[in-house]
Design a protein around this ligand. Structure first.
Ligand code: 2YP
Length: 259
């Protein structure tokens, strides 16, 4: 065991990383810790016309992950004092091929968000290399729940564009790790700072939550923007328990930033 001390907003956490995690110094976790206690706010990107929105003081689950990734990839340390390099990175992470071109250009489904990051060369799909479990994507949640999305409500043309994206992604086979296979102490191939996309049993959806893997003592925990706790937290129980407590979450995809 190696012990790393990380400082953040007056809180000092001692993070014990298992052997495997030592190979990848966790700059990702250090950046994520800067967002601890940031308020959870939903729907912050829903502005028209579509534009790159950067609001470091309010996040939802995927937006937190995106800011942490953009900081890490641009080598910057402060989201609020970000430069153009941070904004460029964020655009590459959030939009298909890095281009902002209306609502449909945003990567709404985590499956496509991952596909885009892998294609662009900044995300590695770790589950694909380590878990034999696969599932076939069947995506239609947004086009079948248009009333839940401001830009789709009463907008059949935009909803049709979304359905086209869903059709393109559906049928793809992805690797995932069922939650029953995750022990309290994590797994050797899951490193501190890995990005976790929690898979769901909801019809027509692939992933319903995201966060960051953090090893504390002998436990793998979830650092995330929690809608329940209304802020960014590290859960105080192992991720195994966090997953067991939520029947909607079936397991996860594990992703790693390529630095
Ligand atoms: C995404 O939802 C939205 C994007 O439209 C939005 O709802 C979908 C399919 N996508 O641009 C983005 C940023 O706000 O959020 C996320 C959502 O997680 C919620 C908000 C959370 O736990 O904080 C991503 O897709 C990550 O997991 C799912 C989840 N959406 C649903 O459960 C419908």
């Amino acid at each position: 065991m190696k012990t790393i001390s990380l400082f953040c907003l007056g809180v000092c956490l001692t993070v014990a990383a298992p052997l495997a995690a030592q190979q990848h110094p966790s700059i990702v976790t250090a950046n994520a810790l800067k967002f601890l206690n940031t308020p959870y706010v939903a729907h912050t990107l829903e502005q028209e016309p579509e534009q790159l929105i950067i609001r470091c003081n309010e996040v939802d689950c995927i937006i937190l992950v995106e800011y942490v990734m953009a900081l890490t990839l641009s080598g910057e340390s402060d989201c609020r004092a970000h430069t153009a390099a941070f904004a460029d990175r964020l655009r590459q992470i959030r939009y298909r091929n890095g281009e902002v071109n209306g609502y449909a250009s945003r990567l709404h489904y985590v499956a496509e968000w991952i596909e885009n990051g892998v294609k662009a060369g900044f995300i590695e799909d770790i589950t694909a290399a380590h878990s034999p479990h696969t599932q076939t994507l069947r995506l239609n949640f947004m086009s079948t729940h248009p009333d839940s999305y401001r830009q789709l409500r009463n907008n059949p043309a935009e909803t049709a564009r979304m359905a086209e994206t869903e059709k393109r992604l559906s049928g793809q086979v992805i690797h995932w790790l069922p939650k029953e296979e995750l022990p309290d102490e994590g797994l050797s191939w899951i490193q501190d700072g890995d990005i976790l996309a929690l898979t769901t049993q909801a019809d027509g959806l692939d992933v319903s939550h995201m966060g960051i893997a953090v090893y504390i003592g002998d436990e793998l925990r979830l650092l995330h923007a929690s809608s329940q706790k209304e802020k960014v937290v590290i859960e105080d129980v192992p991720l195994r328990q966090t997953l067991a407590n939520n029947k909607g979450w079936t397991g996860m995809r594990v992703l790693r930033l390529i630095l």
